[in-house]
Design a binder for this molecule. Structure first.
Ligand code: GCW
Length: 716
C-alpha cells in the first residue's frame, strides 16, 4: 500500500477520535493546569489515594480524581492501601477504613446518594475523606472535590455535607430513531443512526456520562417523547443495554420514551386498550424482556393523548388507567413511569387550563411508581410563563418538573440565554399550597407532601455538534440544570461562575463580565421577544423568529400567534382572569386574586393574565404601549451590550471559541433587532401610537419582515 493511502486510511480512522479529543467536547471537564500557588496548596493537601472499595462506580471515581489531579496539578496521586498524612480516602462504610472513622451519624443524613467530605488530622499532617453510604455518593463527592479544585477553592479544611434535593435527576432527549432531533439545534442525535463505529460512539457516551455525573444527573431518556413504537423491539433494547453498560459506572440509569400504541403497532395485538388483558400482559412481558438485558433500567416516559400521540383516551379510558397499567408492568422490577401532563389537544379548554383540568381528578389515584411530569409553565416553555398550577395543586400524587434546556422558544442555538435564572424563578415561586413557604420546589421535592418518589427533568440541548450544544453557552444550561437538580438553593451567579471558571479561565477580568452577561441574558431575550407576559408570537411551526401576524399560510387557527397576543385596536394581552379563560382560579389564594387584578399582578406577567388597552397606565406611570416598546428596545440594547463586552475579552481564551461566540453574539443582536422591529411595527398597526421620540427608528419595514420570516424558516 502506498504511503499516501496509508496516511489517508490512518487519518480516516483517527479523525473522529481527533475531533472528539480536540473539540469542545471537553465541556467543563477540562482539567487544565492551575497556577503554581494552587498546585502547591493542593499537593500539600493531597498526594496519595486510598480507594476503599472495588466496584465499578468507585473505580470510576478513582479514575476521575487521578485524571483531574494529574491535569490540574501535573502530579499523579500515588495509589496506597493505608491512609496517612496527605491521603485522600474515598469509600463507603462497607469498608473498614471508613467504618473506623465513626461517621455513621453523619452518614445517616446523606441518604442514598449524598456524601460527606472531611479533613482529618493524622500523624504528621492531615488527610481528606470522601465518605458516603453508596458508591454513587462517593462518585458525587469526588466530583465535588474536583470542582473545588477546578474553581480554585481551598481544600485544606473541608467540612461538606451534601445530599440531592430530588431522587431522580434526568435529561430528556427528544431524539428520533432516524437520527433527527425534535427541537434540537446542535446537529443530529448522538444516540441514533450514527455512521461512526462503536468505539467512537462509546467514547462519547462515556464522556457524556462523566459530564452528567459531575453535576449529579443520574438518569437519561434518550429517545423522543413523540416515541417511535420500534424503540421497544429487540434491536433497540440491545442498543439501550449497550449504552446502559457505559452509564452504569457513572450511576446513570437509562429510561425510554414509549408509544402507547406499541402493543398494536409492533405487538400485533388488536388494540392497545389498557383494559385489555392481552395488552396488560404484553407490557409485562416487554418489561421483563427489557430488564433481562438492563437489570437497572429506569422506566418509561410517556406522552399520551397529546398533539396527536396515542393514549388511553383513544379507548375511552383515562390517564390514570394508562399510567397504572404501565406502572404495574414495571413494579416487579422497581421501574417507574413518568407520565407527562403536557396534554395539548385543541378542544374546548383554553390551552393553559387544560393540564390541570385533565389531571386534578386523578390526584392520589396513581400507582406508587407513577410520577406526573409537568412542564414548568401551563402553556409551553415560553421565555416567561406563570408556573403550572399543578405544582401545589396535585398533592396526593407525586409531581415532577420538566424544564427545557434546548432553546425551542429562546432563539435556538443562536442566542445566549443562561436559563438558571428562569428555572430558579420557577423553583422559588410561592404556590401558597400550604400557606407561605410552599415553593414550587417544595411541592415537588417531597418535603411538603411527603412523597418518596421525587424527580426533576429537562429537555436536552445536546447534539452531534463539536461543542455538543450548538452555542458554547448552551453547555452552561446543561451544567446549571444538573447543579439545580442537586441543590436548588444554589445561586445562579455562583453556578455561572463555577461554569465559566471550569470551561474557560479563572481570571476575574474575564469571569466577572461573562457572569454578568449570563445573569442578564434571559431577561434580555424576554424583552426583545415577549415582554410583559406576551408569549407564543414566534414562528408558528419552527418557533424561530418573530411572527405576530395572522396571515400565515397553513397555520392552524388555534396556533396562530394572534390567538395568544390578541392584539386589536382596543389593546393587547390574553385574558386569563375570572372573566376570561379563568386560569387564575387554578392557583391557591391569594395568588388567584393577585393574578386576577391588573394592579396586583407582577408586571412581567401582566399580559399573560390580562387584556388591556394600549393607553392603560402601568404602576410605573408609563402607558402600556410605551412600556412595551421600551422593553423591546431595552432587549436590543442588552444584546448590543453583550456583544461589546465580549469584544473586549479577546485574548483571555483560545481564539477559536472566542470567535465562535463573537459570531453568535453578532447574530443575537441582529435577530434581537429583527424581533423588536417585527413586534413593534406589527403591534403599531393596532395601537396607532408613535414610537417614543427619543428611541431610534426600526431598521426594517413590516412587509420586508414578513418575507424574512419565510427565508429564516427555510434556513432552519
Ligand atoms: C416533543 O414534542 C414537543 C413539540 O415539538 C413542541 O413544539 C411542543 O412545545 O411540545 C411538545 C412536547 O413537549 O411534547
Amino acid at each position: 500500500m502506498s504511503g499516501k493511502i496509508c496516511r489517508l486510511l490512518v487519518l480516516f480512522f483517527l479523525l473522529p477520535n481527533i475531533i472528539l479529543a480536540e473539540s469542545g467536547e471537553k465541556l467543563w471537564l477540562r482539567y487544565l493546569p492551575l497556577d503554581n500557588a494552587k498546585v502547591v496548596d493542593y499537593t500539600n493537601a493531597i498526594r496519595s489515594l486510598v480507594v476503599a472499595g472495588d466496584d465499578a462506580v468507585i473505580s470510576a471515581a478513582a479514575e476521575e480524581i487521578q485524571m483531574a489531579f494529574n491535569g490540574l496539578t501535573g502530579n499523579d496521586l500515588r495509589n496506597v492501601n493505608r491512609p496517612g498524612a496527605g491521603a485522600l480516602l474515598i469509600g463507603t462504610p462497607e469498608n473498614r477504613l471508613i467504618r473506623d472513622l465513626e461517621l455513621s451519624s453523619e452518614l445517616e443524613k446523606c441518604g442514598e446518594e449524598g456524601y460527606i467530605i472531611r479533613t482529618f488530622p493524622v500523624r504528621n499532617g492531615q488527610m481528606t475523606v470522601i465518605a458516603a453510604n453508596t458508591s454513587a455518593g462517593v462518585l458525587y463527592g469526588t466530583f465535588d472535590l474536583i470542582r473545588r479544585m477546578q474553581t480554585g477553592e481551598s481544600i485544606s479544611k473541608l467540612e461538606v455535607n451534601e445530599s440531592p434535593a430530588f431522587k431522580i435527576r434526568v435529561l430528556n432527549h427528544w431524539d428520533n430513531l432516524n437520527g433527527t432531533v425534535e427541537r434540537g439545534y446542535a446537529g443530529h442525535s448522538i444516540w441514533f443512526n450514527r455512521p461512526e463505529d462503536w468505539s467512537v460512539r462509546s467514547a462519547q457516551y462515556k464522556y457524556y456520562a462523566r459530564a452528567n455525573a459531575s453535576v449529579g444527573i443520574n438518569g437519561t431518556v434518550i429517545n423522543n417523547v413523540n416515541a417511535d413504537p420500534n424503540v421497544l423491539t429487540a434491536e433497540y433494547i440491545e442498543k439501550y443495554a449497550r449504552i446502559a453498560d457505559i452509564f452504569r459506572p457513572y450511576n446513570m440509569k437509562i429510561y425510554m420514551s414509549v408509544n402507547f400504541a406499541s402493543p398494536a403497532v409492533i405487538g400485533g395485538l388488536e388494540n392497545s386498550d389498557p383494559f385489555n388483558p392481552a395488552v396488560q400482559q404484553w407490557w409485562k412481558d416487554k418489561a421483563a424482556e427489557i430488564y433481562q438485558s438492563i437489570p437497572d433500567f429506569g422506566g418509561f416516559l410517556v406522552k399520551a393523548n397529546s398533539e396527536g400521540q396515542p393514549g388511553p383516551m383513544d379507548y375511552g379510558r383515562t390517564h390514570k388507567d394508562g399510567a397504572n397499567m404501565m406502572a404495574k408492568a414495571l413494579q416487579p422490577h422497581n421501574g417507574i413511569v413518568m407520565w407527562r401532563a403536557f396534554v395539548y389537544e385543541p378542544g374546548d379548554d383554553e390551552r393553559s387550563v387544560q393540564a390541570y383540568n385533565e389531571f386534578m381528578p386523578f390526584d392520589g389515584e396513581f400507582e406508587d411508581n407513577v410520577i406526573v411530569q409537568v412542564k414548568n409553565g401551563p402553556v409551553d416553555f415560553m421565555p416567561r410563563e406563570s408556573f403550572s398550577p399543578l405544582f401545589g395543586g396535585m398533592q396526593k400524587s407525586p409531581v415532577m418538573i420538566e424544564f427545557q434546556i434546548t432553546q425551542e422558544y429562546l432563539g435556538h442555538s443562536n442566542h445566549l440565554a443562561y436559563l438558571s435564572t428562569m428555572w430558579k424563578e420557577v423553583l422559588d415561586a410561592e404556590t401558597f399550597a400550604k400557606g407561605v413557604g410552599s415553593s414550587v420546589a417544595k411541592t415537588t421535592d417531597g418535603t411538603l407532601f411527603n412523597h418518596e418518589l421525587t424527580a426533576i427533568s429537562a429537555v436536552s440541548n445536546i447534539g452531534r455538534d463539536i461543542n455538543w450544544t450548538g452555542h458554547h453557552f448552551g453547555q452552561s444550561n446543561w451544567y446549571a440544570f444538573g447543579r439545580l437538580a442537586w441543590d436548588y438553593d444554589l445561586l445562579s451567579e455562583d453556578i455561572a461562575e463555577e461554569w465559566v471558571k471550569m470551561t474557560f479561565v479563572h481570571d476575574q477580568k474575564f469571569v466577572e463580565p461573562v457572569v454578568d452577561i449570563m445573569m442578564r441574558s434571559r431577561e434580555a431575550v424576554v424583552n426583545y421577544m415577549n415582554p410583559l407576559g406576551l408569549h407564543h408570537i414566534m414562528g408558528w411551526d419552527h418557533h424561530f423568529g418573530p411572527e405576530p401576524w395572522t396571515d400565515i399560510p397553513g397555520a392552524r387557527e388555534d396556533w396562530l400567534p394572534r390567538y395568544y397576543h390578541n392584539a386589536s385596536e382596543f389593546g393587547i394581552g390574553f385574558d386569563r382572569t375570572t372573566n376570561g379563560s379563568n386560569l387564575v382560579s387554578q392557583y391557591h389564594s391569594p395568588l388567584n386574586k393577585i393574578y386576577n387584578d391588573p394592579l396586583l399582578v407582577p408586571e412581567n406577567l401582566l399580559l399573560w393574565f390580562h387584556h388591556l388597552p394600549w393607553n392603560y397606565r402601568l404602576q410605573n406611570g408609563l402607558k402600556l404601549w410605551d412600556a412595551m416598546v421600551y422593553k423591546y428596545y431595552e432587549g436590543v440594547e442588552e444584546a448590543r451590550l453583550f456583544q461589546n463586552r465580549w469584544d473586549r475579552l479577546e485574548g483571555y481564551i483560545d481564539d477559536r471559541r472566542f470567535k465562535e461566540i463573537q459570531y453568535k453574539l453578532k447574530l443575537q443582536t441582529t435577530e434581537a433587532i429583527w424581533w423588536r422591529d417585527a413586534c413593534v411595527l406589527y403591534f403599531q398597526t393596532y395601537s396607532n401610537l408613535p414610537i417614543p421620540a427619543e428611541l431610534e427608528r426600526p431598521v426594517h419595514d413590516l412587509d420586508e419582515l414578513k418575507e424574512l420570516k419565510f427565508d429564516m424558516k427555510h434556513h432552519n
